[in-house]
Design a protein around this ligand. Structure first.
Ligand code: FAD
Length: 394
């Protein structure tokens, strides 16, 4: 293996995930894509090997091995199956509300179930009329005595129907802005809660994406995360921490496509030699590999920042940059991989067309690439580089 930044313990865990991915998940990936069935066998594999534990602290039953390693685990699985990588990313996304804003009691009740994989979570922010503009949501939560009553709906929710607990955002009055939003946890068997439908999709076909409906759903007031009105802040902090999970999924897809294209190019011959010896194909492979490594640099830097306790604006920017770069590299590398395979790249017998379909979503969910650019530019505007101007003026 080439030079890497990991400690011996991290390398050992990375190699375990890599082996499971290659030997157990890879051979299932095409079938998962074709059947559109949620891969419970992969969930079971993650449970048996304590892979969900990578995302949680020891005090809640996790391994406490940190953020960098959890991202590497998603990347390794993403190299062979984007749907399975998403299961890991959403284990983090769906539990971040509790980690960031949960009381000790709430954390103790739910996090160990997520760390073992006994329960799966989901994150329900988006509605049919509010995606990028999440403050425009219309789902309501009104307080009645010791309960909140939730009415409304959510759209495009990953893990719909397979999750046991949903982090849900709502406000007392649909006309209110982002300051009215609160965050709640809602158990899947609460009366009035339903999964109205599941969406057929371009890629990540084994992952469920669904519409949730809330019809007078009564939850205990104790299910509020943080304080009333904190919801928007919590939602944005969750996305800061979860976007790198999508970035890791995207990087895995990009590297998986690059690796496959390389091996194919070594064996496919045209004009008397392997296409890997034609300079135009070499240029493609070199660009794909270089882009993957550049994306990895941003992603691992983010992971190390979290593990070293960095927080705030610097982390927000690093997270958005990692997601932006990795998502774009996934689309670039998978499109090039299809090209390297020629006609064979376009047919389902080879995995690169699946990689290309799977890559697209990483430019859309958890904030589109346009939104990432808005976030990065906003954080740049806050930074001071005034010395440049003063230099010119002087
Ligand atoms: C498969 C899948 C899984 C998902 N999983 C989840 C989930 O688990 N939980 C959840 O809450 N949501 C989830 N989503 C929703 C996803 O996060 C949103 O679809 C995404 O944020 C974009 O919102 P939108 O679809 O409403 O697009 P819109 O917000 O309508 O955007 C349409 C286009 O306009 C651009 N745009 C919007 N505003 C601006 C602006 N101010 N400046 C420049 N361009 C702009 C966007 O970038 C995009 O290109 C999922 C979506 C999909 C497809």
């Amino acid at each position: 293996m080439a030079w890497d930044v990991l400690t011996d313990e991290q390398r050992e865990l990375r190699d375990l995930v890599r082996r499971l991915a290659r030997e157990r998940i890879g051979p299932r990936a095409a079938e998962i894509d074709e059947t559109h069935e949620f891969p419970w066998d992969v969930v079971e594999l993650f449970r048996e090997n304590d892979i969900f534990g990578l995302f949680f602290d020891e005090q809640y039953g996790g391994l406490g091995t940190g953020t960098l390693l959890s991202l590497i685990a998603i990347e390794e699985v993403g190299k062979v199956c984007a749907t399975s990588a998403l299961i890991l990313a959403v284990q983090e996304l769906g539990s971040l509300g509790l980690k960031i804003a949960g009381s000790e009691e709430q954390k103790a009740m739910y996090l160990p179930r997520f760390a073992s994989g006994e329960w799966l979570p989901a994150y329900a922010l988006t509605e049919s009329g509010s995606g990028s503009d999440s403050a425009a949501m219309r789902t309501t939560a009104r307080r009645e005595g010791d309960e909140y009553v939730i009415d409304g709906s959510k759209r495009f929710i990953t893990n719909a129907g397979v999750a046991n607990l949903y982090t849900v955002f709502a406000k007392p009055d649909p006309e209110q802005g982002h300051s009215g939003i609160s965050a709640f946890v809602v158990e899947a068997d609460t009366p009035g809660f339903a999964v109205a439908r599941l969406e057929p999709k371009m890629g990540i076909s084994g992952s469920t994406t669904g519409e949730l409906t809330f019809d007078g759903v009564r939850i205990p007031a104790a299910n509020l995360l943080g304080a009333e009105g904190d919801g928007f802040k919590i939602a944005m902090r969750i996305l800061d921490r979860s976007r790198p999970g999508v970035a890791a999924q995207a990087l895995g897809i990009a590297q998986g496509a690059t690796d496959y294209a390389l091996e194919y190019a070594k064996t496919r011959e045209t004009m008397g030699k392997p296409i890997a010896q034609h300079q135009l194909i070499q240029a493609k492979l070199a660009d794909m590999e270089t882009e993957c490594e550049a994306a990895r640099g941003l992603l691992y830097r983010y992971g190390r920042m979290v593990d070293e306790g960095v927080d705030g604006a610097e982390l927000t920017k690093a997270s958005a940059m990692a997601k932006l770069k990795c998502g774009d590299v996934a689309m670039f590398a998978t499109t090039e991989a299809v090209q390297v395979l020629g006609g064979y790249g376009y047919i389902k017998e080879y995995p690169v067309e699946r990689f290309m379909r799977d890559a697209k979503i990483t430019q859309i969910y958890e904030g589109t690439q346009e939104v990432q650019r808005l976030v990065i530019a906003r954080e740049m505007a806050r930074e001071s580089r005034a010395f440049l101007l003063s230099g010119v003026v002087a």
